[in-house]
Design a binder for this molecule. Structure first.
Ligand code: MGD
Ligand code: MGD
Ligand code: SF4
Ligand code: MO
Length: 856
């Protein structure tokens, strides 16, 4: 098909953008916007509106309507058809200007096979048959030589496409390939969740934000990274909520807060612990809540730091109905009580402070203390004076904030990705979780702790489609591919390592750390084959041996449900696949039958791929469990349908059932089975004390503050301590969704096409750097050249870079060449894919900056 001009003019675009801007800037505008976005009165019969879903990795999943004329998308507008008017409309400028990508010059039009060296851009165009035969042939050779598990499969967030990504999972499972979960690969897995609550992650739905009255945002840039929901935060403020933003940098979100508290980078654990100390010292905590729902009353042996088990204690027995993946521990209220992990019925006269002598079955007497007592002792190192030194927050402010937050309910803590993407992100999360838990702000409207990143939580059961019956999947955290295996890893390292990669929905050769190493691995043929499906010619495509043209989300059928706004939505094709692009389902089926003729039957061989996708959606709705029960494809064709929930009003309030109905922790995290995740919190309670050996060894039984770099960069190379003084903080850009829209001309115009680094003016002065200068950000691993912005809102000794630029905008360099795949040993304690797994820590990276003559 010939490319025709898309008629949406810049003026029209700006009109739409202005409306979307209002959405973020004010509240109560929903009806105004709905009017502005309403269909024109005189509808040309040649114009067709197709309701679909914008579905990049930002997981906003905004309902959109494509205006289609003569088989071309002329423009995209917000659908504004959610049954709850508060959710209308959703969208951002990227989504509205998606036609720039769909019809853009970087579109992959035909299958490509690499002719020259990887990265050379020397490809030959091939027919689908040739490219599929070639790809299947190479994959078969590699599987025969090294075993099928040496083929790694990378694909992104399940929630943005249950059908097409499911097809990839289905084939990977049949073929015995190794899957890499996107959650930890992206660094989005907040490890404090499984450690503390036993779940993958949880969050309040944004509509619930307006019920909060005290909101503490720790490094989450909602105004830039949750654009369609940002208005709920502002509305909460209009309704009287106090918004407190803790961020080393004056972010757009900080600019809308009641207070911005600039803290030192990666000092959040100290802040959380300092606040917790005041709550405990001044008895501002909810004692009944912590006795009922947490492990804080459970006794811990003083001699070995282990939690006391009921089985150990004289005259106590472990109840016979305790499942093997849980444990019965002990509490004390004048006598010793065995605490059943599935019954949250501990008496409220239970001891939480002090020390007791415990007679053991062996005849020994040991000393034990409730975990609360140990926490209190440990918090003694976080006095307001200490925290002022560690985090830079004035001591009086700390005390004032602690008193304030304890007095105003509901309290909601938002913990952002930029903040947990540090080596000790788990410790920070465990410390921050103390705030809502100590004050009893869990399982209630407008209350809790949330992480809004990645949004990998799948919303319903997918096994029927994703995992062919009776088959097992191989999983390997992607960090090991770069870092190499470790002695302590629980995941299984393929005996010959990873020799080939199958990539979809991602651009790891820009977006993953050691992106340069990945390139080197291809150049040196350590990675013998890479095949990528994308609709755009990304850096990853440039380094691939075969590029298979996929289609954008306006050209195929898909089912979408991300956790942010809890709606199930269809992606319906607005136009036929452009050029020779094909939906992944089609590509996978073609590959499957070439790999093994027996595989074809798993992919609806008699149906055209969009029809097959609809069949898959029906299957998922039928077998997806309670969240989708009763929802039909026909209903979805008419518009979005809210997922079901047990919470009154169908709301998404984490741990509602645990707290209101005293159910043991954790709730199920799909697709894992309860026995896989309940082992994370064996007490059946919210756990702050972790007594596994590795936790005791590294001094992290309780949440503590550990400064950045000491267990990462300085161990890797002690010289870095003197050599590199800047933190390389890579936040997400409002102009892109990671590297998607990197090449969107309108978005680039807004940034003058310039990759930039934000520096504090004092640092600029010291380095002789002025606003607009070309500067190099570098360390021993890599470098990139960008333009300097001197901003007093940026904390000292930080080089803040907005990630996601394709390397062609960085003179071929990868901004991720500087970062390193550190693996924290406590993340290797269990392995449940995408739930307890080594997580990437982008910001744990040292660098320096220097002025250079120019960029070109
Ligand atoms: N427009 C847009 N939206 C997106 C995305 C996108 O690329 N573009 N990506 C989506 C995805 S996949 C994700 S994961 C999310 C991520 O979105 P966020 O969770 O907002 O993460 P970041 O943008 O990395 O960083 C947020 C803030 O963390 C601060 N920060 C960094 N280090 C620390 C620290 O140690 N302590 C504290 N308190 N703050 C710190 C930074 O200064 C920054 O203001 O956004 C999603 N939404
Ligand atoms: N240094 C540093 N690195 C980071 C981060 C950071 O903060 N700092 N953030 C990390 C985070 S949180 C994330 S989530 C990752 C994201 O990194 P990636 O997952 O690699 O995300 P994108 O760069 O958006 O790449 C998505 C690709 O999918 C393609 N695509 C879109 N739709 C489709 C489709 O329907 N089919 C196919 N086949 N392809 C499609 C797009 O064209 C695009 O090339 O980056 C991580 N990298
Ligand atoms: S890019 Fe994200 S926030 Fe913007 S319209 Fe698309 S889904 Fe919504
Ligand atoms: Mo992410």
């Amino acid at each position: 098909m010939e490319r025709k001009n898309v008629k949406l003019s810049r003026r029209q675009f700006l009109k739409v953008s202005a409306a979307a801007g209002v959405l973020v800037g004010t509240t109560g505008t929903a009806s105004f916007i709905s009017q502005a976005m309403a269909e024109p009165k005189q509808v040309d019969p040649k114009i067709n509106y197709v309701r679909t879903t914008c579905s990049p990795n930002c997981t906003g999943a905004c309902g959109m309507k494509a205006l289609v004329e003569d088989g071309q998308i002329k423009s995209i507008i917000q659908a504004a058809d959610y049954p709850e008017p508060e959710y209308n409309p959703r969208g951002c400028l990227k989504g509205l200007s998606m036609t720039n990508l769909i019809y853009g010059p970087d579109r992959v039009k035909k299958p490509l096979i690499l002719k020259g060296k990887p990265g050379s851009g020397d490809f030959k165009e091939a027919s689908w048959n040739e490219s599929l035969d070639y790809t299947a042939g190479r994959l078969k050779e590699i599987a025969d030589k090294y075993g099928p598990e040496s083929i790694g499969v990378l694909f992104q967030v399940g929630g943005t496409g249950y059908v097409q990504k499911g097809a990839v999972s289905r084939l990977a499972t049949l073929a015995g390939w190794t899957m890499h979960h996107a959650y930890d690969q992206n660094g989005d897995l907040p490890m404090f969740w499984p450690m503390t609550f036993g779940v993958q992650s949880e969050e309040l739905e944004p509509r619930e934000w307006t019920n909060s009255r005290y909101v503490m945002v720790f490094g989450s840039n909602i105004l830039a990274t949750r654009i369609p929901d940002a208005h709920f935060l502002l509305e909460a403020r209009n309704r009287g909520a106090k918004i407190m933003v803790f961020d080393p940098n004056f972010s757009p979100t900080a600019s809308k807060a009641d207070e911005w508290i600039p803290i030192k980078a990666s000092s959040d654990a100290a802040v959380g612990l300092g606040l917790a100390r005041v709550l405990i010292e001044e008895k501002l905590y909810d004692a009944d809540f912590i006795k009922t729902f947490t492990d804080l009353p459970l006794l811990v042996r003083v001699d070995n730091g282990k939690r006391l088990k009921a089985d150990e204690v004289k005259d106590l027995v472990k109840p016979s109905d305790v499942p093997t993946y849980r444990e019965a521990y002990v509490a004390y209220n004048g006598r010793f009580i065995g605490v059943h992990p599935e019954k949250l019925d501990l008496s409220l006269d239970i001891l939480i402070e002090g020390e007791v002598d415990v007679p053991l079955k062996t005849g020994e007497i040991v000393k034990a203390k409730p975990a609360f007592q140990l926490l209190k002792e440990s918090l003694a190192s976080y006095t307001p004076e200490d925290v002022e030194k560690l985090a830079g927050i004035p001591k009086d402010d700390l005390v004032r904030i602690a008193r304030e937050m304890a007095g105003i309910k509901p309290l909601h803590v938002i913990y952002g990705a930029g903040n947990y993407q540090w080596y000790h992100g788990d410790l920070k999360g465990r410390a921050l979780a103390l705030l809502p838990v100590l004050t009893g702000n869990i399982g209630k409207a407008g209350a809790g702790i949330s992480t809004y990143a990645g949004q990998y939580r799948i919303r319903f059961k997918v096994a029927e489609w994703w995992v062919p019956e009776g088959k097992k999947q191989n999983w390997l955290p992607f960090l090991y591919v770069l870092h190499g295996p470790t002695k302590t890893m629980k995941a299984k390292w393929p005996k010959n390592g990873i020799k080939a990669l199958i990539v979809g929905w991602g651009n790891p050769f820009d977006q993953h750390n050691m992106a340069n190493k990945l390139r080197e691995m291809v150049e040196k043929e350590e990675l013998e084959f890479v095949v990528t499906t994308d609709f755009q010619m990304t850096t990853t495509c440039q380094y691939s041996h075969a590029v298979l043209p996929a289609v954008s989300w306006y050209e195929k059928t898909e089912l979408v449900a991300t956790p942010v706004h809890p709606y199930l939505q269809l992606q319906q094709p607005a136009v036929k696949p452009l050029y020779e692009g094909k939906p992944e389902f089609w590509i996978i089926r073609e590959l499957a039958k070439r790999l093994n003729p027996d595989f074809e039957k798993y992919f609806y061989p008699d149906l055209e791929s969009d029809e097959a996708a609809q069949k898959v959606i029906e299957l998922l709705l039928k077998t997806g469990g309670p969240a989708v029960a009763g929802i039909t494809l026909e209903q979805l064709k008419k518009g979005p349908v809210r997922l079901k929930s047990e919470v009154p009003g169908g709301r998404q309030i984490p741990f509602y059932e645990q707290v209101q109905h005293k159910q043991p922790f954790p709730p199920v995290s799909l697709p894992a089975k309860i026995e896989q995740t309940a082992q994370f919190v064996k007490s059946g309670r919210i756990e702050f004390y972790k007594d596994e050996d590795i936790m005791l060894q590294v001094g992290e039984a309780l949440p503590v503050h550990k400064p950045p770099f000491e267990e990462s960069e300085y161990v890797l190379n002690p010289l870095t301590k003197e050599k590199y003084k800047f933190s390389y903080v890579t936040r997400n850009a409002i102009y892109r969704v990671h590297s998607t829209h990197s090449n969107n001309v309108w978005m680039n115009e807004l940034q003058e096409g310039k990759p930039r680094v934000w520096l504090n003016p004092e640092d600029g002065k010291e380095k002789g750097i002025k606003e607009g200068d070309a500067v190099e950000i570098f360390n021993d691993r890599g470098k990139l050249t960008v333009y300097a912005i001197l901003d007093p809102g940026v904390g000292l000794k930080q080089a803040v870079f907005e990630e996601g630029w394709w390397s062609r905008y960085l003179k071929g360099a990868s901004y991720n060449a500087l970062t390193y795949p550190f693996i924290k040993p406590t993340h290797e304690l269990y392995f449940v894919p995408g739930m307890w797994s080594p997580n990437t820590a982008w910001n744990e990276c040292l660098c320096d900056v220097r002025k250079v003559d120019d960029i070109l």
